[in-house]
Design a protein around this ligand. Structure first.
Ligand SMILES: [Ca+2]
Ligand SMILES: [Ca+2]
Ligand SMILES: [Ca+2]
Ligand SMILES: [Ca+2]
Ligand SMILES: [Zn+2]
Length: 609
């Protein structure tokens, strides 16, 4: 009786270890683990994916005004586990601290803990492993635990049929880049359909090496995802959302989720990490006004002297953006002062943002001292030997001033040469208050500097104030830095309803001064000397700019003709105006203005436009 029992026990003792040994695929025993290529030796790599079934599940999603929440699952369907091993190395700002466990950086901020990916290696029956750097973990205050950084990236986009790469489609709202603690939330068996192979076939326990790994949890030193398991982040988890800006339109979008977007984890397949589903927004806006619904952020900025620009942005709600300076992204960096606005194409129509002013700081530079003097016929009073300042001091009609007559609408802010035919986009006067004009100011004139005779040699323009004695006052203290100035240049002065003038010859710099007095000299009359230049007054010593050129679309030069009469006759009888028809700058269009047109009709210039 005893012998057979002993025999049986002996048999068991001998047979059992062989039986168990042959069937195991664990992190200690690779005998039953299979390689992807069927060989005896291989790296058992993880393969991470995003579950399409969950991402597409409308019941696992929630839309609110301004927010879209959704759920994401990241299964591991590779031949090996994902295993993240924390190190004792930390990043604080730009410094790395080695071999010292810390909770806080020296400055009190939270450190980033460098981590490594453990890759299990099947070597016949033996399980070995190696490790490699794989980014970092950081403490997440909302979740109260360590997160593997940059685990998922979420975007909402407008499909662009012409662009094959969905990650280049126009983005709506801000992209969500988020870390998580990595753990085995559930198995592919439990969530039937959340794990699928490249042919979309459902994977459950039939995944090779199913279950290989450990019991991974959210603790810092036990993070990972076993083979055939997944981590899941449902819609109510902090960070599982995309913020939709105000103005986002209702309609069809693509929700795109990506696992391991920065490719910190080595996987069997790096090309199956993105999933994309249709989402129809219903809780946002149905219409957008063509103008005034969208506001630029970054208002009131001034460009500093460090050469760096300032940033302006509009909400990301469109398929395309076109800024007034030609830029085409929702966020732009601006290095030139100016007025900026953006036209946005949205699913519910085209809209234009408000216009914002970007100024520039005054930087200490060595500058050319510019002294130019000129007189306007019409406002010039020969008795007082000064121009009248009625528009400025009596009527308050200069751009941005408060009119003396409260029934009159103020003239819009800013220098008046922004419109055609001048199209000068300088920001002079746009940030002025109503009292910024000096009492001597008559009106704005446009000064241009040219290296040669023709318009295409122009290298600088500035809107300036003309003072009653003829002095031209520059708004910016430094218009022409010495380092950028040629040795000589033509000077052009234009007024909105007078014949423009230019120096007869290039003016040479004299000890960093650029000087010309148009009051005492005639202006450019062309190579043949046949152009009208300026008008010489009866005193035979004073030159003034011809009045009466209210319509300045003349080409190739300035010209006073029937069009200028029409400009006047269209306005004749109107008072309290700041218009081209007011040839004597007294605030009215009247017979006093026509006198100048009558006297100057037929005057032509040779200054090339
Ligand atoms: Ca993958
Ligand atoms: Ca990867
Ligand atoms: Ca004209
Ligand atoms: Ca007038
Ligand atoms: Zn968490």
């Amino acid at each position: 009786m005893k012998l057979p029992l002993l025999k049986m026990l002996l048999l068991l003792v001998v047979a059992l270890p062989v039986f168990v040994f042959a069937q195991n695929c664990t992190i200690d025993d690779a005998s039953a683990c299979v390689c992807e290529d069927g060989k005896e030796k291989c790296d058992l790599l993880p393969n991470l994916k995003v579950s399409r079934d969950l991402l597409a599940d409308g019941g696992a999603r929630a839309e609110f005004g301004g927010v879209l929440r959704f759920s994401v699952s990241t299964p591991n369907i590779g031949h090996g586990p994902l295993r993240i091993i924390p190190t004792n190395n930390y990043i604080c700002g730009k410094d790395t601290i080695f071999d010292t466990p810390i909770d806080r950086c020296p400055d009190g901020s939270l450190p980033s803990q460098l981590v490594r990916q453990r890759i299990y290696v099947k070597n016949k029956n033996k399980m070995e492993y190696r490790e490699r750097d794989a980014g970092f973990m950081a403490f997440h205050p909302d979740h109260g635990h360590m997160h593997f950084n940059s685990w998922n990236k979420y975007t909402l986009r407008l499909q662009d049929p012409k662009e094959p790469d969905p990650l280049k489609w126009p983005l709506i709202g801000e992209e969500g880049k988020i870390g998580f603690c990595l753990e085995n939330t559930n198995s592919c068996e439990f969530y039937d359909g959340y794990c699928r192979d490249e042919n979309d076939a459902i994977l459950t326990t039939n995944i090779p090496n199913y279950g290989l790994g450990e019991k991974y949890t959210c603790l810092p030193d036990s993070q990972g995802i076993s083979v055939g398991w997944m981590d899941i982040y449902f819609l109510n988890v902090s960070g599982m959302l995309i913020t939709l800006p105000e103005g986002t339109c209702n309609g069809k979008y693509k929700l795109i989720a990506e696992v391991d977007p920065d490719n910190q984890i080595v996987e069997e397949n790096e090309n199956d990490n993105i999933e994309m589903v249709d989402v129809t927004l219903k809780m946002q806006t149905d219409s957008i006004a063509p103008k005034g619904d969208v506001f630029v952020s970054g208002i009131g900025q001034s460009i500093g002297c460090d050469g760096l620009g300032v940033e302006l942005s509009v909400p990301r709600i469109g398929s395309s953006y076109l800024w007034s300076n030609g830029d085409t992204t929702h966020l732009i960096s601006v290095t030139e002062p100016g007025l900026y606005s953006c036209v946005i194409q949205t699913p519910c129509g085209e809209t234009k943002s408000n216009e914002v002013l970007v100024t520039a700081d005054v930087c200490t530079t060595d500058c050319i001292d510019i002294n130019i003097k000129a007189l306007l016929e019409g406002p010039f009073d020969t008795t007082a030997y000064k121009m009248i300042t009625i528009l400025n001091t009596k009527l308050g009609l200069l751009p941005g001033q408060n009119p003396a007559n409260s029934q009159i609408a103020p003239t819009p802010k800013g220098q008046p040469y922004r419109v055609a035919p001048w199209n000068y986009d300088g920001i002079e006067g746009y940030d002025w208050n109503a009292n910024a004009y000096p009492v001597e100011a008559v009106d704005w004139v446009l000064v241009s500097l040219r290296k040669g005779l023709t318009k295409d040699t122009e290298f600088l323009q500035a809107a300036t104030l003309l003072l009653d004695d003829g002095k031209i006052k520059f708004v910016s203290p430094c218009v022409l830095p010495t380092a950028e100035s040629p040795d000589s240049m033509y000077i052009v002065v234009e007024h909105r309803n007078h014949i423009g003038i230019m120096t007869p010859n290039p003016v040479h710099l004299n000890n960093k001064r650029l000087e010309y007095d148009f009051r005492k000299n005639s202006s450019y009359q062309g190579s043949a000397g046949s152009g009208s230049g300026q008008k010489l007054l009866p005193d035979s010593i004073t030159w003034v700019m011809f009045a009466g050129d209210g319509e300045q679309f003349d080409f190739p030069s300035f010209d006073i003709n029937g069009f200028d009469k029409s400009t006047w006759s269209n306005d004749n009888g109107r008072s309290n105006i700041y218009r081209q028809s007011d040839y004597n700058l007294d605030g009215d269009a009247s017979g006093f203005d026509k006198i100048f047109w009558d006297s100057n009709n037929g005057v032509t210039s040779r200054v090339p436009k």
